[in-house]
Design a protein around this ligand. Structure first.
Ligand code: HGY
Ligand code: MN
Ligand code: MN
Length: 419
């Protein structure tokens, strides 16, 4: 018989958490380590202590609830996601997974289940990349480097000040590595942030792969001129090369890399006056692929395209690498624990590759990792209209809890579930 979550308690938690950092449009502003994010973490800490669970925080600021439910010295199975959001993001992205993880620990404690591993519900710092991207999960996996911190998206100074405000430092963040032998694995519940579950009518998506994500700052260099006196044909207008590249990205992806994704999400014009021809335009580019070889081909192709468009308009060009997260495959034993739990609960499921990046891809580098999705209405996410039906949220929370029990049974039957 499956163990069920306390539906009202989960709903109360989610509703309370959704108010922290809420925007006038009903979205969330909880950028990593911002006052709203720290307020959400305080809320989590309170709920952890109220549940009689042990509260922990590591050098990367990852907040977690710990439950000793295995034998002393047993490894720890991590369950979690992230409480930070994108600017004016949605209420479900990350937060649902943290609330569900906390509930799983509470129910295991209430049922006094003895498992072959201890449990930890974790909220990872800066999943969304307002600082570095997957900062907390990379730190736990021991994959965070000085270079990644140097490449912070807010610059070195602001990064240090942000860490300091949260009581952290570069050294403490880099010290958060866990010994992989202590990790029995990582499970995450997340919203799909796409339309495939909705289109198929399945209520659970069992994730097979997570895409790699790579980002660059691209700089197009022209010449500042008077916008009213220099003939149009004589200009070295940095905006022309940048704009031509943005259009070329769409063309390259649709014609040569149809199952990849790319986005130019930032553009900065300098000097930035109405009456000066732009001398310098900086673009923020990111692109994604689930297949390693295709990922590097796409990188080379996009950089060549940017160089070409700059040349077409007589511009200089610089590319600055900002960071890369490798594609990851999800553990097959954890996938089958999710499918067994979904079947046990009578919830229809499909397997699918993620299109968004997640903390699970960092953990997958050092331990067995797995994810499930629940449907996003209309596929909307990273915006105030992000919405998942409450019945689907509860389904995901019940599947997460019962997948933990399925994994424990596999392990107890002597079938170590990671090859
Ligand atoms: O950008 C992503 O894919 C994730 O939402 N951080
Ligand atoms: Mn997320
Ligand atoms: Mn997100």
């Amino acid at each position: 018989m499956p163990v069920k979550v306390n539906a009202q308690r989960v709903e109360n938690d989610f509703t309370a958490l959704s108010q922290i950092g809420i925007t006038p449009e009903g979205g969330l502003n909880r950028l990593a380590l911002s006052p709203a994010h720290l307020e959400a973490r305080n809320w989590l800490r309170e709920r952890i202590l109220q549940a009689g669970l042990e509260f922990r925080v590591d050098g990367a600021g990852n907040h977690s609830a710990y439950l000793q439910c295995g034998s002393p010295g047993a490894p720890t199975l991590l369950l979690g996601s992230h409480l930070d959001s994108v600017p004016n993001g949605g209420k479900y992205d990350g937060a649902l997974g943290v609330v569900a993880a906390l509930e799983a620990l509470r129910r295991v404690k209430e049922e006094a289940l003895q498992l072959p591993f201890n449990l930890e519900a974790i909220d990872f710092t800066d999943e969304e990349g307002s600082l570095v991207g997957l900062l907390g999960s990379f730190a736990v996996a021991g994959l965070l480097t000085e270079e990644k911190l140097d490449n912070s998206r807010i610059g070195l100074e602001a990064m240090s000040a942000t860490l300091q405000r949260a009581g952290l430092s570069r050294a403490s963040v880099l010290s958060a590595r866990r010994n992989p032998s202590e990790l029995a694995g990582y499970l995450e519940l997340h919203i799909e942030q796409g339309v495939r579950l909705e289109q198929t009518g399945a209520q659970i998506g069992i994730v097979t792969h997570i895409p790699g994500i790579c980002s660059y700052r691209l700089i197009f260099l022209g010449r500042a001129d008077h916008a009213g006196t220099v003939p149009m044909v004589d200009r070295l207008d940095a905006a022309m090369g940048a704009s031509a590249f943005i259009l070329a990205v769409r063309e390259v992806l649709s014609s040569e890399f149809p199952d990849c994704f790319a986005n130019v999400g930032q553009a900065n014009f300098e000097p930035g006056a109405f009456n000066i021809v732009p001398e310098r335009v900086t673009l923020g580019l990111e692109f994604r692929s689930t297949e390693p070889k295709q990922f590097s081909q796409l990188e080379a192709r996009l950089l060549a395209s940017a160089q070409y468009e700059a040349g077409q308009y007589g511009l200089g060009f610089e590319s600055h690498f900002q960071g890369r997260i490798a594609p990851a495959s999800m553990d097959t034993q954890i996938q089958s624990a999710f499918s067994a739990a979904s079947d046990q609960l009578g919830i229809p499921w499909i397997s699918l590759a993620s299109r968004a990046g997640h903390d699970a891809q960092a953990l997958a580098m050092v331990c067995p990792a797995g994810m499930i999705f629940v449907p996003s209405v209309g596929g909307s996410s990273h915006s105030p209209i992000e919405y998942t039906r409450w019945e689907d949220c509860l389904n995901g929370t019940n599947v997460l809890l019962n997948a933990v029990i399925q994994l424990a049974q596999k392990r107890q039957k002597g079938k170590p579930y990671h090859e």
